[in-house]
Design a protein around this ligand. Sequence first.
Ligand code: SAM
Length: 226
Amino acid sequence: METVPRKYPNEKKNQVCSGNEEIWEYTESMTKDGPVLLDCLVNETYETMHSPGKMAGKTVGRLLKMLASITNSKRALELGMFTGYTALSIAEGMAEDGKLITCEASPLACGMARKYFAKSEYGHKIEIAEGICLDTLPKIEGMFDFVFIDVDKRNYLNYFKMILPQVEVGGLILIDNALWMGNVLNPESELDKSVAALNEFVANHDDLENAFLIARDGLNIVRKIR
Ligand SMILES: C[S@@+](CC[C@H](N)C(=O)[O-])C[C@H]1O[C@@H](n2cnc3c(N)ncnc32)[C@H](O)[C@@H]1O
């Protein structure tokens, strides 16, 4: 199999809440790599973009691909695309005729993502909604079977509430950074409180079930059950 040496760490160390770093590195090394294009994207993102550690990385990326594949997702939504790592991972798992709409405000990030989508065999499934989510989301119509939320934490609960009516019964909503570097234990800042409020909203909602993984910075996997 073709490989590209990964020149940069796959994960931001301060976002690893799941046990000690050695354990984390072991699980990373025992997770199979995705398409080689993703490694090229990681390298270019580290070389050219500010805050490259925003990328979700291999463990979450492979999980997104697997869940999109298991659910045979046909219509997915992503909030927070950055340079397209997770968008490509989700698209890889989706049905061949699946469509992912991904929201991103940064023109620079959109430019790089477009370049990689054009090179990817899964890129044709992805449509970018460029702009601030609070503007773009209300214009996005229809139902979704798969949603990945990885955008500004201040509005986490607002985005979740906005999108919930457009999630099919049985559909998944995946919330990244649900541990917010552990700050949800003692929320102090506005961002800490916002992420903690969303976790509480999910835990107390009768129409939702969830599985809260401590992978990386926490991934709250939510399923709409009625
Ligand atoms: C954590 S990064 C997404 C990382 C991406 N999911 C990945 O793993 O490669 C969050 C992204 O959301 C974008 N963003 C932040 N606030 C936004 C908003 N209000 N509307 C749209 N995009 C926003 C940022 O520009 C950033 O690229």
